[in-house]
Design a protein around this ligand. Structure first.
Ligand code: CA
Length: 677
């Protein structure tokens, strides 16, 4: 029987009822396998099953035949369990056969074979779970491993969004473990420029100054055949979860042996921590790869939002939407996130299509993480999507509900689109390309504000990520008439706005070397999810070009400037309102403001026009009536201009009230700070 045929059974009508939840919600934190002394205790949840049997295998390959079958015993709350002697079963593989013979409205019997939804280790392609001693997978020193940025405020973090494979796929990276977890942790790799060695890989990321490495999904996903060698398997971003609690096999050096991927991921996290970098995991609980998902086989139809006609809700556009409002789905998501934080020392979570999950689930996750370690970062895509909830009064975790949850941030599409133009309209220009209509939105975002957020640390500021065109490609597409120099100026202005905004900045990996995604036909690729390494990989040789080197140093300099300037780490919107002064400018494309707090003064002029502007700061702030009281007698130096950015002044020029005319080149910005004695 096809699993979809069960969706019209009247079980579907029961799953979200109070009666069902009271009868079958299982609260203990012991689903899946646990090693208790010399014994393995295995539990799974399948309330309507007539029988659940455990199949044992010697290898994890799909084709391997079971060597033993053991009946599981029905317990309370829909739980099935068995206790086994550890010595006979550790490192062996298993799955479940679930039999349903009491299907309402159906005469037939149904039987499904499913991997353990709580599997901690799996064989190749995640078909079978493995009994594992997790302590044995810990690297040396794991007990003392810590998040190196544990006490950092969220708005002091600099997030770098990267696909594991992209960092090392390019042969010129000099990285040996191409496309693997281990490719993320090789120190000392470089590309040669004459006599100079230019850093690549991990050393490049460290040099850039980021604090948090956000890795695209690295739980076990379905779109890559792990059994193929590296050069033959396809590329995918991995937004297609299969086993939520196990690392992806294709990033390990041996996907066939269940514990290798676990060891290698832990080792990778340990080394990143040693290098001062925190790790953010991209998690995708809003949908699964397909309806063959193991949890859905154990409890048919329970995991998804399905209407009375058996039609799956599809707000995710990936075929199904997770019913996070159901008690045991919620528990599953919460258990999974907490497991990664505990077992793998993950420092932050980025939720894909967060707007499809509900606020109660997110609150439970927040509370749970706070019991593990302080300050674990949570952010996600709070987009509003059409989804068919299975209960009344459920609040979805969208931008408009961000303040109904504690300490969860969301991506700001407001700033993203204001900077470079809508991602849905290829040729629409943003502020950096001279679109005046976005100037007000830029001002709002600079202050860490938006119509949906209450405070800046609810906002992730970015101008590009893995989705859509890269920043540099988008600029090219909506500015077909202009040359590369002008496009580079716009790109630099874009990142300056992100780094000068209150909130949490996020960079798309490779943006700092003007990443482009172009295929062999010379076309820009918008969503490169199924393209190969040649489109997706970071092309290290770009750093050999002086103008690209300059962009890299500009990103690095802006990061250093941001880290060093307390004025950019404000948390209180009322305080921000009090400290920001925007001056009227004649040109709508010129944004001029000052920020004053205690003895620190920052003056910023953004010029998105395609010609240079001169601004006399004295005149412009006198007109506002804000020169005399605060700026009189002060001297200023320049930290950011069209060419350079740094935490130290980038030129020797000193500005004061007698000499305060600044020239802001076309599509660039100038940032001054006062000299403090
Ligand atoms: Ca996989």
């Amino acid at each position: 029987m096809n699993i979809n045929q069960l969706y019209v059974s009247d079980w579907l009508g029961k799953y979200s009822t109070k009666d069902f939840e009271e009868m079958y919600t299982y609260g203990a934190d012991d689903l899946g396998m646990r090693l208790e002394g010399e014994e393995i205790v295995l539990k799974c949840w399948s309330p309507f099953a007539a029988q659940v049997s455990l199949n044992i295998y010697l290898s994890g390959e799909e084709s391997s035949a079971s060597v033993e079958q053991i009946q599981m015993v029905r317990g309370e709350k829909g739980i099935w369990q068995i206790t086994l002697g550890a010595s006979g079963y550790l490192n062996k593989y298993y799955d479940f056969t679930v039999v349903f013979d009491n299907i309402p409205n159906e005469d037939s019997k149904a039987e499904f074979t499913a991997c353990d939804p709580y599997a901690r280790a799996v064989g190749v392609n995640g078909k079978k779970a493995m009994f594992i001693d997790l302590i044995g997978t810990n690297p040396e020193g794991w007990d003392t491993d810590r998040n190196p940025n544990q006490s950092m405020a969220w708005n002091e973090m600099i997030i770098y969004e990267l696909h594991t494979r992209d960092l090392s796929a390019d042969l010129k990276s000099g990285i040996k473990n191409r496309g693997k977890f281990f490719g993320l942790i090789e120190n000392g790799t470089y590309i040669i420029n004459g006599k100079e060695k230019i850093k690549t890989g991990l050393d490049h990321i460290k040099d850039l100054g980021i604090t948090h490495l956000h890795l695209l999904p690295f739980y076990d996903y379905g779109s890559i055949d792990e059994s193929l060698p590296y050069n033959e398997n396809k590329y995918n971003w991995g937004y297609d979860p299969v086993n939520y609690n196990v690392p992806e096999g294709s990033y390990s050096t041996n996907p066939f042996d269940g514990d290798v991927r676990i060891r290698e991921l832990k080792q990778t996290i340990y080394r990143l921590h040693e290098n001062g970098i925190s790790v953010v995991m991209d998690v995708v609980y809003n949908h699964t790869y397909n309806e063959g998902f193991c949890f859905n086989k154990m409890v048919p139809g329970y995991f998804y939002r399905i209407d009375a006609d058996g039609v799956l809700s599809n707000g995710s556009e990936c075929g199904n939407d997770t019913a996070s409002e159901r008690s045991m789905v919620r528990k599953y998501i919460v258990d999974s996130v907490l497991y990664w934080a505990r077992e793998y020392h993950i420092d932050g979570f980025r939720f894909d299509l967060l707007g499809l999950l509900d606020t109660e689930t997110m609150q439970e996750i927040r509370k749970g993480l706070d019991t593990i370690r302080p300050n674990i970062l949570i952010y996600g895509e709070g987009w509003k999507l059409q989804t068919e909830l299975t209960k009344k009064n459920v609040v979805l975790a969208t931008q408009e509900h961000v303040s109904e949850m504690d300490r969860i941030a969301m991506f700001s599409d407001n700033l993203r689109d204001a900077i470079k133009g809508s991602v849905f309209e290829e040729e629409e220009k943003g502020y950096i390309s001279g679109n005046k209509a976005y100037a007000e939105e830029i001002k709002t975002s600079l202050m860490g504000s938006s119509e949906w957020a209450e405070y800046p640390e609810q906002i992730i500021n970015y101008t590009s990520c893995h989705d859509n065109y890269t920043l540099f490609d988008k600029i090219a597409l909506c500015n077909k008439q202009i040359g590369i120099e002008e496009r580079i100026r716009q790109n630099k202005l874009a990142i300056a706005i992100v780094m000068l905004s209150q909130g949490i900045p996020l960079l798309h990996a490779g943006e700092e070397l003007l990443r482009t995604k172009i295929n062999r036909q010379g076309e820009f690729i918008s969503d490169s999810v199924r393209e190969g390494d040649d489109v997706n990989s970071i092309k290290w040789e770009m750093l050999l070009k002086p103008e690209y080197q300059n962009v890299y140093r500009y990103y690095k300099g802006l990061i250093a400037f941001r880290k060093n300037t307390g004025l950019l780490h404000m948390t209180d919107p009322a305080e921000i309102k009090k400290t920001y002064f925007f001056a009227e400018t004649e040109n709508e494309l010129v944004i001029c403001f000052k920020v004053i707090q205690n003895n620190e003064i920052m003056i910023v002029v953004l010029n998105a026009d395609d010609k240079m502007v001169e601004i006399n700061l004295h005149d412009i702030f006198v007109k506002e009536g804000t020169w005399n009281d605060t700026l009189e007698g002060k001297q200023f130096q320049c930290y950011v201009n069209e060419y350079a950015a740094d935490c130290k002044p980038v030129s020797e020029t000193v500005y004061d009230e007698n000499d305060c005319t600044i020239a802001v080149q076309a599509q660039s910005c100038v940032v001054l700070k006062n000299i403090q004695f």
